[in-house]
Ligand binder design. Structure first.
Ligand code: EPU
Length: 307
């Protein structure tokens, strides 16, 4: 009741959608019903909602573009924030030598940030070409490709906690590891980020961009996926192992392991989260049987019943 009151008062200013199917809000297009879903663009609105949910004793989840998550069929007994594009563009904070430090808000789409930096001949983010999602999601999950990760570029992070207070993290406070950061657990929400890029030439930046884009050629583009499902194990390639274990084309219900790249699972149209989870289990046990390697999930599972 108390939570309904809080939500209703927010709904006069924020477009809250009640009892919303989560399949509309993630790239896989699966998942059950959430109690409420609301797009948020500003840091102040984010703080207000986080405080209100905490006061109401409600669970709160934050999603960017929903590009790296599996929402369970049981749905989400809580509120879901869709962190949306903050209208303020990235800004240059300072520069020294060839280095340029920028500040960007968490809801800014990563692909737009890559374009923004390329247009200014700023090098460093070219590896991220083709990675979907928001900057905040990328930093929380330390997104990367080809041995490079966004955490390598991060100089500061501003976060929000459940009581609505903000904290500023300097470089010395930040420990990034392969696909993980201090912000992965959901206690601290990334609201803005500092990144250090280097001034280069238009030709070099575009050449690097083309190089990294070419490495994605073998990935499915026209189907509903959530990016790579598994992390690469130390020194190995999950895609190569899954392919060698004969996973390509395996299917459960409406979910199928991509025939283009074995570390992607496609929703053929009517997949459920349960189909995807079953397929994940089958793939994992094939790789375990053949290589003795237990693949870890790269995607984040959220919703009722998730561990
Ligand atoms: N391979 C196969 N069959 C497959 C898939 C891959 O033989 O079905 C082989 C490739 O030919 C290559 C090797 O496995 O020799 C590695 O594959 P790939 O070059 O595609 O790289 P990856 O390690 O599978 C990583 C990132 C991708 C990123 C690409 C390209 C991880 C888990 N994956 O893939 O990131 O797009 O490099 O930069 O780090 C993601 O994070 O969502 C993601 C897809």
């Amino acid at each position: 009741m108390r939570s309904q009151l809080c939500l209703s008062s927010l709904a006069s200013r924020i477009p809250v959608r009640f009892q919303e199917p989560m399949r509309f809000w993630n790239t896989w297009g699966v998942g059950g019903i959430a109690k409420a879903v609301m797009p948020i663009t500003s840091e102040s609105a984010l703080a207000e909602v986080r405080r209100a949910s905490s006061d109401a004793g409600d669970r709160l989840f934050i999603l960017g573009e929903g590009s790296n998550v599996l929402v369970l069929d049981g749905g989400i007994d809580g509120w879901v924030i869709l962190l949306r594009d903050d209208p303020s563009p990235p800004e240059i904070v300072r520069s020294w030598g060839n280095s340029v430090e920028i500040r960007v808000s968490a809801g800014y789409p990563l692909r737009r940030l890559v374009n923004w930096s390329v247009r200014r001949c700023l090098s460093g983010l070219e590896f991220a070409v083709g990675i979907p999602g928001t900057v905040g999601g990328a930093v929380a999950g330390n997104a990367g490709a080809q041995g490079r990760s966004i955490g390598d570029l991060v100089s500061f992070v501003r976060t929000l906690e459940a009581d609505g207070t903000f904290s500023d993290w300097g470089k010395g406070d930040l420990t990034f590891a392969y696909r993980s950061s201090p912000f992965a657990g959901g206690t601290f929400w990334v609201t803005s980020v500092g990144l250090v890029l280097s001034l280069s030439s238009d030709g070099l930046v575009r050449q690097r961009l083309r190089h990294f884009a070419s490495l994605r050629k073998g990935q499915p583009k026209n189907s509903r996926t959530a990016g790579c499902v598994f992390k690469n194990p130390p020194g190995g390639s999950a895609g190569l192992m899954l392919d060698s274990a004969g996973c390509k084309g395996l299917s459960v219900g409406g979910a199928m392991v991509s025939r283009e790249h074995a570390n992607f699972i496609e929703n053929l149209g009517d997949a459920t989260s349960d189909d995807i989870l079953k397929l994940i289990d089958i793939c994992r046990s094939r790789v375990r049987d053949q290589f003795g390697v237990n693949l870890e999930l790269e995607i984040k599972v959220i919703g009722d019943g998730a561990l």
